[in-house]
Each structure stands twice: as C-alpha cells, then as structure tokens.
Design a protein around this ligand. Structure first.
Ligand code: HEC
Length: 128
C-alpha cells in the first residue's frame, strides 16, 4: 500500500511528460467546469477577476504570454507569463511578485498539483 503511494508522483510525472495532446487529462469542458469551482473554493475570486477590474490583486484575463515585470528576490525582471510562470505564481507567490503589486500579499495556497494544473488551464482558457 505504502509503496503504491510513493509511486503516485512518478506516475504523475510520466503522465505530464506524455504531453497535453490527445492524452490530456482534463477536457476543455472539465476545465471550464472545475476551474471556476476551484477558483472560488480557494478564494482566488476574492482578489482576482477576469474582467480587467482590480479587486486586490492583478486581473488575470490579459496576462497569459504577455510580458510582466516582476520583483524576483529583489531583482527587477521582465518575463513572459507562460504556463510555468502562472503555476509558480499560484503555488509559490513569494518567489516573485508582480512589480506593480509588490506591496500587496498573495497568500500561499496549499493545493494539489492536479488542482493547480486545472486552475492554470482555467486562467489560460480565460485569456483567449
Ligand atoms: C488575498 C488576495 C489574493 C488571493 C486570495 C489570491 N491572490 Fe493571486 N495575487 C494577489 C496579489 C496581490 C498578486 C500580485 C503580487 C504577487 O505577484 O504576489 C497576485 C498574483 C497572482 C498571479 C500573477 C498575476 C500576474 O499578473 O502575473 C496569479 C496567476 C495569481 N495571483 C493567481 C491566483 C490564484 C489562482 C489564486 C487562488 C488559488 C490566488 N491568486 C489567490 C492576491 C491574491
């Protein structure tokens, strides 16, 4: 039993490595259903919108693949907000902060890798 649980992360990596083509775990419909659920379950909607308005944190509807200037451990950097950036922004908000919002805090969310992926896919879907 224990051994099996140790295998889960490895299996997960194997599945992710298979790419997001036909092996995609979540269909677009799933993402559009589960995404908003997780977005409110974890309180993201308290601070973020998808309509360009600012509740507290930056709106998330026009960020995917755009250039964003961040403060990364004290250094200003301009990055392109791809999938990895978005994922890190959710699981490790202290790693780098959007410069314009650097005096605001985003809480760390304890969330499974699978749920983060759904949230990130959802954010990407809302950027189209
Ligand atoms: C208490 C308010 C708050 C909550 C709750 C919150 N955030 Fe944030 N978020 C922020 C702030 C403030 C920033 C900008 C500062 C920073 O980068 O840490 C931010 C930054 C981000 C960014 C980077 C945006 C950009 O323009 O580059 C993403 C993506 C993000 N949050 C997603 C989420 C998701 C998903 C959740 C829910 C799991 C969440 N946030 C919960 C306040 C919040």
């Amino acid at each position: 039993m224990n051994r099996f649980y140790k295998l889960i992360p490895i299996l997960f990596m194997v599945f992710t490595a298979c790419g997001r083509g036909s092996n995609k775990k979540q269909s677009d419909q799933d993402i559009l259903k589960k995404g908003p659920e997780l977005f409110s379950k974890y309180g993201c909607n308290i601070c973020h919108t998808f309509d360009g308005s600012v509740l507290y944190g930056p709106p998330l509807n026009e960020i995917y693949m755009t250039e964003i200037t961040v403060n990364r451990q004290g250094e200003e950097q301009t990055i392109v907000a791809g999938r990895e950036y978005l994922k890190r922004a959710v699981v490790d908000p202290r790693f780098e902060k959007v410069l314009e919002y650097q005096n605001k805090e985003m809480p760390v969310t304890f969330i499974s890798d699978e749920e983060v992926d759904i949230l990130v896919d959802y954010i990407i879907a809302m950027n189209k």
